[in-house]
Design a protein. Structure first.
Length: 151
C-alpha cells in the first residue's frame, strides 16, 4: 500500500501541490509539442519521398518500339502516339511509391493525372532491375500496357 503523506501545515501541503501542478503542466505542454513535431516530420518525409521518387521516371520514353511516346517532366505527364496530336496529358501527382530491395530491385509508382482534356486518370509505372532503362506502364482507364525505354 502507498503511504499517505503527512503534512506539517497547510502551507507545505499547498506548496507541494502547486509545484506538482506546474510540473504536470510542463509535461503536458512538452508532450503536445513533441507530438506536433513528429507529425510534421512524418508529413515532410512522406512528401519529400514522393517528390524525389518521381525524379527517377522523369524524361522522354519510347514505348512499343517508338510507336508511343511518354514524356514525364517535373509537373506534367504526356502520353501520345508518335506523329499524332491526340494526347493524354496533364499535371500529375505521385500518390503511391514503393520499392523492394531483394534480389530483384523493383520500384512502383501510382500516378494520378489531372488531365486538362478528360477526366482524371491513373497510371501505374514500374521498373525492374533485370531490365535496365525500361519502364512498364499501365493506364487504368483503358487497361493498356506499354513497355517503354528511355530515349
Amino acid at each position: 500500500m502507498e503511504k499517505e503523506k503527512v503534512w506539517n501545515n497547510e502551507e507545505e501541503k499547498n506548496a507541494y501541490f502547486l509545484k506538482r501542478k506546474k510540473r504536470t503542466k510542463w509535461f503536458v505542454i512538452s508532450f503536445i509539442i513533441i507530438v506536433i513535431v513528429v507529425v510534421i516530420l512524418f508529413v515532410f518525409f512522406l512528401v519529400t519521398l514522393l517528390n524525389n521518387s518521381s525524379k527517377e521516371i522523369q524524361g522522354v520514353w519510347d514505348c512499343e518500339n517508338g510507336k508511343i511516346v511518354l514524356v514525364i517532366d517535373k509537373n506534367e505527364l504526356s502520353l501520345y502516339e508518335a506523329g499524332n496530336e491526340n494526347r493524354t496529358s496533364g499535371n500529375y501527382s505521385v500518390i503511391h511509391y514503393s520499392s523492394s530491395a531483394n534480389k530483384i530491385k523493383r520500384k512502383d509508382w501510382t500516378i494520378q493525372l489531372k488531365s486538362h482534356h478528360a477526366s482524371n486518370d491513373t497510371f501505374y509505372l514500374s521498373t525492374d532491375s533485370r531490365y535496365q532503362d525500361q519502364l512498364f506502364v499501365e493506364v487504368a482507364s483503358t487497361n493498356e500496357q506499354y513497355t517503354c525505354e528511355r530515349r
